[in-house]
Design a protein. Structure first.
Length: 433
């Protein structure tokens, strides 16, 4: 009786081979924030685990140019926001004012993203710190994964008001009044902005965090504590645009010109592309004068008239990890992606976060708590202060020991492979039947 039931039931089943005959054509779209180096790095880290014909990379500025130098198809997208800063300071108030037309502009950008998804037959969207592709994918019912290292933004607004309170004794009344007006407008924008953020997080299917899990997470203070967000978050581990195993195997290869190969100690300074970081760049040649036995390698597009035998101005490079690998110390902002690269390589950091950039200041604090870095602010930045910090770090093995410990943890993750597996799974779900 049992066999008869099974035979009858099996006649109504589609065989595995017949069910699997539907050809799956994955088309994965990465819509990437073009501000800074890290967003494009982690997008490429995942994209390189996929077949080139499966991938479409979208961004703008030098991130788009970087994508165009790969084997992947690319498309230009519109920036969602323009950042404003000066002399090492990121200014959220001016940034909000400059982007006051955002509510109108974002609808146009969502429409642009929707057309890209439809025209290219996209089966899964990866939005790196962008909102428009999330809303567009949500409207079309296409799976969308948010790639970010921050899911709460309230600290940005708190910092603006706190800075106003702390600054009255330091500036003139006229300047304080201007700052007060800016803070009031910023505070007025807060409810609308946070509502958009909530809608953005609700519209995404999953959130990739390119970080270590608690208690080692660098971005831990910047994560939303609400369950509707926490249940979507996945700690992947560091997303690297290069293989650390291959990098270590090639580590003996000296990429420095002959005249710089005799230095035993090397410090790399990486600055990204923002103009308001020029004060940090200007102090590096002065530091090099004070420490002639140390080679200073500067990865930046800034120019200097100072020429020293221990100062190597490289310019912008696609793979700074080749320089990080043999560095005794890296001077940098506290950008998340750069920090995760240095954690994986086990290199201590001296961080100079963009003033007023809450994410970087939070990252800098966490790096210090983890014993991986010391911190210097732009307010205290001069050749003597940076010299003191550099000499202390070079002579204190605790930083290097902590960096090696964290490096061992970071290298235990296969973040890129895991991300690609999950993305293909979402893509398969909308094609399986």
């Amino acid at each position: 009786m049992k066999d008869q039931i099974l035979q009858k039931y099996s006649k109504n089943l589609i065989s595995t081979s017949e069910f699997g005959s539907k050809e799956l054509k994955h088309k994965i779209y990465f819509s990437v924030n073009g501000e800074g180096y890290g967003h494009s790095s982690r997008a490429l880290a995942i994209a390189r685990q996929l077949n080139p014909e499966e991938v479409l990379l979208g961004s703008y500025g030098y991130a788009l140019k970087r994508f165009e130098n790969t084997s992947f198809s690319t498309v230009e997208v519109t920036p969602e926001i323009s950042f404003v800063g000066k002399d090492g300071n990121f200014d959220i108030g001016l940034t909000i004012l400059k982007n006051s037309s955002w509510p109108v502009a974002i609808n146009q950008i969502i429409s642009e993203e929707r057309k890209i998804i439809q025209n290219y037959g996209i089966t899964c969207v990866i939005a790196d710190s962008r909102s428009a592709p999330v809303f567009a994918a949500h409207k079309l019912g296409i799976p969308c994964i948010l790639l970010t290292n921050q899911t709460t933004f309230a600290p940005f607004f708190e910092a603006e008001l706190n800075n106003l309170e702390d600054s009255l004794i330091e500036i003139s009344f006229r300047e304080w009044l201007r700052a007060g007006t800016k803070a009031v407008l910023t505070n007025a924008a807060e409810p609308f902005f946070l509502k958009v953020v909530k809608d953005w997080l609700e519209a995404t299917d999953e959130i990739f965090l390119p970080d270590l899990p608690p208690p080692y997470s660098l971005c831990l203070p910047l994560l939303c504590n609400e369950n509707f967000v926490k249940k979507k978050q996945r700690f992947l581990g560091p997303l690297l645009p290069w293989s650390w195993k291959s990098l270590l195997q090639e580590g003996s290869k000296n990429i420095l010109p002959q005249q710089y190969q005799g230095f035993k100690r090397k410090i790399v300074c990486t600055l990204g592309g923002h103009k308001y970081r020029k004060p940090l760049f200007d102090v590096i040649p002065l530091l090099a004068k004070q420490m002639p036995d140390v080679l200073f390698i500067v990865l930046s597009n800034f120019k200097s008239n100072i020429s020293l035998p221990n100062l190597y101005l490289v310019g912008f490079v696609d793979n700074p990890a080749e320089y990080y690998l043999n560095a005794n110390l890296v001077i940098t902002q506290a950008g998340h992606s750069t920090a995760m690269e240095l954690i994986t390589l086990g290199v201590p950091m001296l961080v100079v976060p963009d003033a007023g950039q809450v994410e970087q200041e939070s990252n800098a604090k966490r790096l210090c708590e983890l014993g991986l870095a010391s911190k210097l602010s732009y307010r205290d930045l001069n050749v003597d202060s940076i010299s003191f910090n550099v000499r202390c770090m070079l002579n204190d093995e605790n930083y290097l020991n902590a960096a090696k410990k964290m490096s061992n943890i970071a290298r235990s993750y296969l973040a890129e492979e895991e991300a690609a597996r999950i993305i293909r799974d979402y893509s398969t779900r909308v094609q399986a039947y």
